[in-house]
Design a protein. Sequence first.
Length: 266
Amino acid sequence: MPRVRRSETDQRLVDEHGPDFSEALARGMRVIAAFGAERRAMTLADVARAVDLPRATVRRALYTLDRLGYVRSDGRMFQLTPKVLSLATAYLASNSLSATLQQAVERVAAQLNEACSAAILDGDDIVFIARAGPTRLLGVGVDVGYRIPAYCSSMGRVLLGALDDGDLVSFLARIRPEPLTPHTLVDRAALAGAIRRDRERGYSLVDQEAEVGYRSLAVPVRRYDGRIVCALNAGANVDRVTVERMLESVLPVLRDVAAILGPQMV
């Protein structure tokens, strides 16, 4: 039986990780990750284009995921099932960091009456690992597991501040900053300057760069040895909370909680 051709992505992954790397598993995970808010349901051809794999390969992956209960189909369109959430649930249940942070963001959200989140850096994005807040502020799809580019988010810039200058320059050279809003900072030199400034002052305030009408402020959570483990933030609508209030009222709360969390981090 002839081997399925490797995409450039597959070949790169095999080259990076060696002969024990499972291409089949990697392809299945890529198929799952292809679905999202803008691609809730897709045809076989849609999925194949999204993951840059042959239709035959994608057909087998979708069939397997369907038999396992992670995907369902009406005969033409495919979409994820709630069983996919069990993957995230397993992570959260086995990760004491997430449980501790969830309790913390719930306390902050109740105190400020604003949305509060915690995130870690994963590749070029940040991933939310805890989130809480008033229903009016929790947007559809913005929950644990949600991803957003690191360069345009307050938590992302706090986490990127943990990189040394050489690694930061390499990161910014690799990514392609896009203007998600008219306010998004995309110039690499300006981004580097903003991240270094945030590193020095110990917080990041991002104003409508990821979403029009929304500003957020983040601080690092450092463990006992000073290493940044995650970022903690609070966000608010620009019409409700001024920059001055964010700095005067929100920043002290976040810093106090981060200081309490630090000794609990491992």
